[in-house]
Design a protein around this ligand. Structure first.
Ligand code: NAD
Ligand code: MLT
Length: 313
């Protein structure tokens, strides 16, 4: 069934090609990335379609105030969209799940390397005019065990890349069977078997009730004190307070975070911790990924108008 789509609001930064494609196909586009929640609620009834990245919270009150037919997420996670409220109103929700996979995987691998040699602190010491060779004793990745929680698109790409550094890759995913993970070199283990073996743990799961605080105080207690953890998935999958406690009590040796329970964080304690490398949600921030997700979401909207089969969340 073809969708009649006259106008679309884009409320987050999206590559300009998205606007061009929609306009070329006769859809009016308004881009406004400065709307407060109240302004969005006041503005939204004018539009048939909405395109967001992760900054706009498409909550039930936004959805219920709208006449939207379709919501598009130029990216993977749809946790900023109340999909239940959208479904109740018959609104289609679409995402572009594969468009930023490689960028998020590469960012994760870069952070694993940075953690192993404490590169950000070493760089900072040079910028401050210090030559601290003894202070920055690293550890090799070769022979270390990388545990990947969530063996979907990004988890698999992280595994393949880190295997080339000589890391042993183990992992857990309730959907991906052991035979499938073995095909890309990951030994499937139950979580309880993973915790004591891991030198690095990286999470690549959606934020859902089952994954909230998946890595918590009890988990840190079961891990090696040399453990380093990474969250390039969604804030809240690793319990930030439990992590701070583990870092301060030497129960955890380091962490790299790209995503936070609150974005932007009001409290920068975690990102400013000397054992933490923090980046401001940059996993998908590459020219290539942003072009891909912008093109994909625009093309999916056009396909919906043309009555072609739909794809996404
Ligand atoms: P995906 O759907 O391909 O893979 C997620 C995997 O998690 C699935 O295989 C699923 O079975 C598994 N999973 C679900 N519940 C689980 C649980 N309780 N324990 C273990 N595994 C579980 O998703 P993806 O494309 O790999 O993305 C993963 C995450 O990365 C998402 O949260 C996404 O939003 C996030 N992401 C972040 C950035 C960034 O900029 N930092 C960029 C892209 C994606
Ligand atoms: C995603 O889920 O795709 C990421 O959060 C990247 C983004 O910010 O779009």
């Amino acid at each position: 069934m073809a969708l009649t789509l006259k106008n679309v609001l884009i409320s987050d930064e999206v590559d300009p090609q998205c606007i061009e494609i929609l306009k070329r196909n006769g859809i009016d586009v308004t881009k406004n990335t400065k709307l407060s929640k109240e302004e969005l609620i006041a503005e939204i009834p004018k539009y048939d379609g909405l395109i967001v990245r992760s900054a706009t919270r498409v909550t039930a009150d936004v959805i219920n105030a709208s006449n939207l037919k379709i919501i598009g997420r130029a990216g993977t996670g749809v946790d900023n969209i109340d999909c239940d409220a959208a479904t109740k109103k018959g609104i289609i929700v679409m995402n572009t799940p594969g468009g930023n996979t490689l960028s998020a995987a590469e960012h994760t691998c870069a952070l694993i390397c940075a953690l192993s040699r404490d590169i950000p602190n070493a760089v900072q010491s040079m910028k401050e005019g210090r030559w601290d060779r003894k202070k920055y004793m690293g550890s090799e990745l070769n022979g270390k065990t990388l545990a990947i929680i969530g063996l979907g698109r990004i988890g698999k790409e992280v595994a393949l890349r880190m295997q080339s550094f000589g890391m042993k890759t183990i992992g857990y995913d309730p959907i991906i069977p052991a035979e499938v993970s073995a095909e890309f070199g990951v030994k499937w283990l139950a979580l309880e078997d993973i915790w004591p073996q891991a030198d690095y743990i990286t999470v690549h799961v959606p934020l859902i009730p089952q994954t909230k605080n998946l890595i918590n105080e009890q988990v840190f207690a079961k891990c090696k004190p040399t453990l380093r953890v990474l969250n390039v998935a969604r804030g809240g999958i690793i319990d930030e307070q439990a992590l701070l406690k583990a870092l301060n009590s030497n129960q955890c040796a380091g962490a790299a975070f790209d995503v936070y329970e609150e974005e932007p964080p009001k409290d920068y304690t975690l990102a400013q911790h000397p054992k933490v490398i923090g980046t401001p949600h940059l996993g998908a921030n590459t020219v290539e990924a942003q072009e891909r997700v912008a093109l994909e979401i625009a093309e999916q909207f056009v396909d919906a108008v043309k009555g072609k089969s739909l794809f996404g969340a």
